[in-house]
Design a binder for this molecule. Structure first.
Ligand code: HEM
Length: 346
């Protein structure tokens, strides 16, 4: 089934994303220290859920928020095994999956009847339900969960790593702070709106996100071979699985010189205005089935970084953790904690 086109839908969401992020940033107060991963989750879980499914769908009650975090994390952490091993061997994972499915089952009628405000387009989940419910509504909660997982499990760690890489490289951090000030003014006093034109003036942030995605790309993308396919001197028979590794391809110096280095400036060469990445970059897959959420992910992370850095002076209190051993299905996760200190700019 083809997913609704999110490429052009994404850019219309700038206003809504700004508003949602303002709401979450207000909860940070004037000063604090926190694990960066937890901070990013507290910003992006509600922003993604409210934008992709329905405004105000994300719980606001403290206990319910914790419950959502707990179940999504348990589901995400067990996903790689859960997609291969019978559920009876993974009791906690299965319990969290059922909780999340029940969350969607309960809310699907409200998602369908929700009328987006002003100029906002229908939400992605509404567009998806329009397509799938022409045949059956039985699978609607499962599609909800698929969309939730696909968006959060990748966008959250990428936001974590991007903020981490930027804050651990003073010259890049300084350049980003200067570019934000040049567009929005020096201190984070005013409630700013971020337009498409503003984003065009902040290319370095986009390059940093893409460079992060390159370095933390998924371990593998898998396809089942339908007809025998010849690759060099080998013929791969139908029924076999073919896997491509974005993680390792992105470490090929032919495409990415000094591949282990975080070098955002290499993205100068990409024609991003025409929605084209660099040759050899396959973090979102390629062709007909590539990630339909790629531009939304970029936009969401861009907005998160702009607003966080506009309102807060941030610094890491710990060195950036290593990545965990290779994660096949999604992007790479951090191995340990990393505290961040944030102080409201005045
Ligand atoms: C940096 C963040 C992201 C990365 C690296 C990423 C990566 C990927 C990859 C590698 C695939 C598989 C492509 C293939 O099989 O060829 C995929 C599929 C998918 N992604 Fe993303 N993704 C990201 C963010 C998102 C977001 C924010 C959304 C939701 C809005 C999303 C929705 C989806 C969906 C629904 C699919 C399944 C498409 C299908 O099977 O037809 N992704 N993504």
């Amino acid at each position: 089934m083809a997913f609704p086109d999110i490429v052009h839908r994404a850019i219309k969401l700038t206003g809504q994303l700004t508003e949602e992020l303002h709401g979450q940033l207000e909860n940070l107060g004037t000063y604090g220290t926190r694990d960066l991963n937890i901070l990013v989750r507290h910003l992006l879980y509600p922003v993604s859920v409210n934008t992709l499914f329905k405004k105000d769908l994300f719980p606001t009650n403290k206990r319910k928020i914790m419950e959502f975090h707990q179940h999504f994390q348990a589901y995400d952490e067990g996903f790689e095994h859960g997609s291969q091993i019978p559920e009876c061997f993974l009791r906690n994972w299965s319990k969290s999956k059922r909780w999340l499915l029940a969350f969607f089952e309960k809310n699907i009628p409200d998602i369908k009847s929700y009328i987006p405000e002003k100029d906002n387009p229908m939400t992605l989940m509404q567009a998806l339900l329009d397509i799938i419910e022409t045949e059956t509504s039985e699978q609607s909660p499962n599609y909800g969960l698929l969309l939730l997982w696909a968006s959060l499990s990748n966008a959250v760690p990428i936001a974590f790593w991007t903020i981490g890489f930027v804050l651990s490289q003073p010259s890049i951090h300084k350049a980003i702070m200067e570019s934000i000030s040049s567009v929005f003014g020096t201190a984070g006093k005013d409630k700013i709106k971020v337009s498409e034109d503003d984003l065009k003036k902040l290319p370095l942030i986009k390059w940093c996100i893409l460079e992060t995605i390159r370095l933390r790309a998924p371990g593998a993308i898998t396809r089942k071979v339908l007809k025998p396919v010849k690759i060099l001197n080998f013929t791969v028979p139908s029924g076999d699985l073919l896997m491509l590794s974005p993680f390792w391809l992105h470490r090929n110096p032919k495409y990415f010189p000094e591949p282990e280095l975080f070098k955002p400036e290499r993205w100068k060469e990409a024609n991003l205005e025409k929605y084209a990445f660099l040759d050899g970059f396959v973090a979102f897959g390629s062709g007909k089935y590539q990630c339909p959420g790629r531009w939304l992910a970029m936009l969401e992370i861009e907005m998160c970084i702009i607003l966080l850095f506009y309102y807060y002076d941030c610094r890491l209190l710990d060195p950036l953790p290593k990545q965990r051993s290779l994660h096949l299905l999604g992007v790479q996760q951090p191995e340990g904690q990393c505290q961040i200190e944030y102080t409201r700019r005045t």
